[in-house]
Design a protein around this ligand. Structure first.
Ligand SMILES: Cc1cc2nc3c(=O)[nH]c(=O)nc-3n(C[C@H](O)[C@H](O)[C@H](O)COP(=O)(O)O)c2cc1C
Length: 190
């Protein structure tokens, strides 16, 4: 069975990011697969300290909720990253998790041990929602997310982004976003 995990990076519970992610999850589930969702805002994830602790081992020395995320990323076939755009980039909750994946960077590039993919290969899906209508937010967030996906040995990912979606629940009024997220989730798991 394909293993799918998802990261929700918004502090706003049931906000636009969560609503979009929920549709993508339904799309995945329509194929028979299940999704384990990590609500990053409620997790204990300390920002990377650049202590060098992972340089020689590929393992982070900080003991917090990242321990479970490391295990899950390692064995996932599909990874969904969902974040609102904050200050033209990913949310701090999302970025803190990503920075802690520096240990995977060490493992991959310093120790030359890529994360081995399973029989389904490894694919990603990026979901972004921004309140403004400025593309720069999507571009910056996408660049960071791409670095994240490649670092954790996810060679390809698709991006769905929606701008001008600001008030809580505004995504529900978007003509195509929810349908597109469902379809992207479905396609991701096939
Ligand atoms: C701290 C903060 C910074 C924001 N910065 C941006 C921004 O740079 N660009 C943008 O398009 N929207 C920005 N927004 C608006 C959010 O992206 C928007 O409200 C989005 O719908 C929030 O998604 P959520 O409901 O999942 O939290 C910002 C919101 C907050 C709270």
């Amino acid at each position: 069975m394909m293993k799918v995990i998802a990261f929700s990076g918004s502090p706003r519970k049931d906000g636009n990011t969560d609503l979009l992610l929920r549709e993508a999850v339904k799309g995945v589930e329509s194929t028979g697969a299940s999704v384990k969702i990590f609500g990053l805002n409620l997790m204990d994830i300390k920002p990377c300290q650049n202590c060098g602790g992972c340089d020689k081992t590929g393992e982070c020395i900080i003991k917090d909720d990242m321990e479970e995320i490391y295990r899950e990323i390692r064995t996932a076939d599909r990874i969904i990253l969902a974040s609102p755009i904050f200050f033209f980039s990913l949310s701090a909750q999302t970025k803190a998790m990503i920075d802690r994946c520096q240990s995977f960077w060490c493992e991959k590039y310093l120790l030359r041990r890529p994360i081995i993919e399973g029989e389904y290969g490894r694919k990603g899906l990026l979901l972004l929602v921004g309140g403004m209508k400025k593309e720069i937010g999507i571009q910056c967030a996408e660049a960071t997310a791409k670095a994240f996906f490649r670092t954790i040995s996810v060679p390809e990912h698709r991006t769905l982004s929606y701008l001008g979606v600001d008030a809580k629940g505004a995504i529900l009024e978007h003509p195509s976003a929810l349908k597109e997220a469902f379809e992207a989730g479905e396609k991701l798991a096939l």
